[in-house]
Design a protein around this ligand. Sequence first.
Ligand code: MTE
Ligand code: HPA
Ligand code: MOS
Length: 761
Amino acid sequence: MKNIDSYTHTRGESIYLDDIPLIRGTLFAACFDSPIAHGKLLSIDTSEAETSEGVVKVLTHKDITGANQIGGIIPDEPLLADHQVHFCGMPIALVLADTDEAARKAVKKIKVQIDPLPVITDPREAAAQNELIIPPRTFKIGDSAGAFAKCDHVFEGKCDTNGQEHLYIETQGAYALPQENGVIKIYSSTQGPTAVQRAVSKVTGLPMHMLEIDVTRLGGGFGGKEDQANTWAALCALATHITRRPVKYSLSRMEDMRMTGKRHPYSSDFKIGLNKDLKIIAFETTTYQNAGAAADLSPAVMERTLFHCTNTYFIPNVTATAYSCRTHLPPNTAFRGFGGPQGMFIIESAIAKAADELGIDAWTIQHKNLLHSGDELPYGQKVESEAHECWNRADELYNLKSIQDKVQDFNAANTLYKKGLAIMPICFGISFTNTLMNQARALVHVYTDGSVVVSTGAVEMGQGINTKMLQVAAHVFSIDPSRVKVNSTNTYRIANTSPSAASATADLNGKATLNACAAILVRLKEVAAAELNVAEGDITLQDEFVYVNGVKTDWNWNKLVLTAHNKRVSISEHGHYATPEIHFDKTKEKGHPFAYHVYGTSITEVTVDCIRGTYEIDAVKLVHDFGHSMNALIDRGQIEGGLVQGIGWMTMEEIVYDKEGKLRSNALSTYKVPDIYAAPKEIDIDFLKTEKSSLAIFRSKAVGEPPLMYGIGAFFALRNAIKHFNADVKPAFDAPMTPEKVLMNLYGQLIKTETPVMTAV
Ligand code: MTE
Ligand code: HPA
Ligand code: MOS
């Protein structure tokens, strides 16, 4: 089944925030944001802006009717700066004007006095000054310190990953409309309608039932709108609350890049110990997360870094400690993988380091240490592993030996071009790591004409969730998909939603939809049984007809639902689902946090131009653990998109803040994202059908985030290509591997240490 949005998408008819028809009297908002990363805010002069043409009002923190607070996990983030500014791009004042242009023109007339304070942009420096968002956390299994003493090989090193701009095609924005009796309806480009509702409630002082949040779809979220959509919705709603007029704010690309947080950069130390059989016996890491100026989701992201810092390997002795460090950058936030990719980069760097030192290929170590079913991860969960199945299938299908030979032959025959190869096996935990968030609800109405409408807490952001929800209802009722419509996500229909995130949206909302449909189905069967004078157990619904003991009757779907209604039987239901079996004890850092894990193995081949430092990704061939994919087209799209996004993070996307905390890569002219030429020339995806995941919707495993981590293979493939050109160089584990870094590394005999060869320009 194809994506139900494909028709309107390709015709340009799909509705996004900016397509909502404007109501007369709408005011346009624009932010004045801090030009300085850290300082005392001495004064805000809005007088000139207020008299600027078209301006109706200028709001500052003094106008906030509720609390000046939007922190989700920790209340440490003001909506509008009051006595201090904490990052360049921090909102200070909000101009409301009759047009977009007038609002943005007036913003330039606002003047502030800021007394600068010292700026920290480096997480290690922040940690040294004890600028921590939360106390450090440590995951521990076995006794790593003792185990190192027994290892045949012990290696230490350092690795760094940079941030990543979400670059959703639709920028952040909101549109707030006054309703009667003080109610405010807010259209928001958010992954978390309830998160928006809570933030708006706090900021305005209005109870949650006065706030209706509605989301049709997003032009991408990628984690960037899990909670950072709250700011713009809160600003618009506050303005509507004060002026009783509709207020819209849709950020320009540069505003969005400057004012919002990104993927967390991490800097890590590692130590790895192996025995003579290349089994990893011990692993230690200390990692410093660059959280930015406020907590945002950083504590949860940091936790997932710890969960994934041994990736898909069994290591009996692990000590992993993470620090969430407060710096003067925009608060960093969720981004596809949610800290997991950063954790995996650490162990992959450690393995590559060991391979370098031992003079062997990394995959020899990787393969020897893959998880087996029953192995325990450092956080106590025993896995049902598909790691070997994925690896072996990849080896068999793509013939690893032949790829190795091809690369070797090419490298022997060429001096100015070198090929590199890397394998990236992955293991990603599915569930919000915060157990209570693993719940969802769905509202299903069957109308008397046989059509069905489904509302859930799931937000469509391009990942195809609405299609999957529609499939669930059509399947349970055994009706044609064209009978089902999926409604917008609305807090009046579905309350207290978890954000659409953690790749768990289809599982959680799908199972809630399943429960709702199943409850209606039970009642429909009761009606049919009574009408046909048979036992309920004899009834089935197949292809829109009632069957008795497998024999088709003349009772069709329409007749059945109409009869049920006429007999005053409800053909509506509100379904609830909470993931069973999961738990986690933070005091012990042990438990069973994930419903299941998703596995996969990718093989990445690259070619480096050794004169220019430029490169191409020749191919990524992968085997992915889909369970039983419920929609192969959508799931393939998720793999392709995630893979290319991961390659972008690892190779070319380079966020640069200067020492003053100003974003230098602040537009698409200075921040390079993958285009069609940067995508692998060949992408092969093998659908591995696996059986172990009963907690996935229809056994169709979550697919949203895991493929991003295949992109990590590109970094190590490039690193290997460089080593084929210059055997003496040990390129630093410092992602992204931009062409500039490749070039410096190729001629790296001049560079003696493992410190990053490039500093921010
Ligand atoms: N795919 C598209 N097209 N657009 C997106 O914004 N977000 C990703 C992933 N795939 C995203 C996407 C992220 S970060 C997550 S967590 C999941 O989709 C969320 O959706 P799911 O839970 O339905 O997989
Ligand atoms: N993943 C994604 N988003 C989240 C999580 C998580 O584990 N926890 C809270 N938000
Ligand atoms: Mo995805 S980072 O969990 O929104």
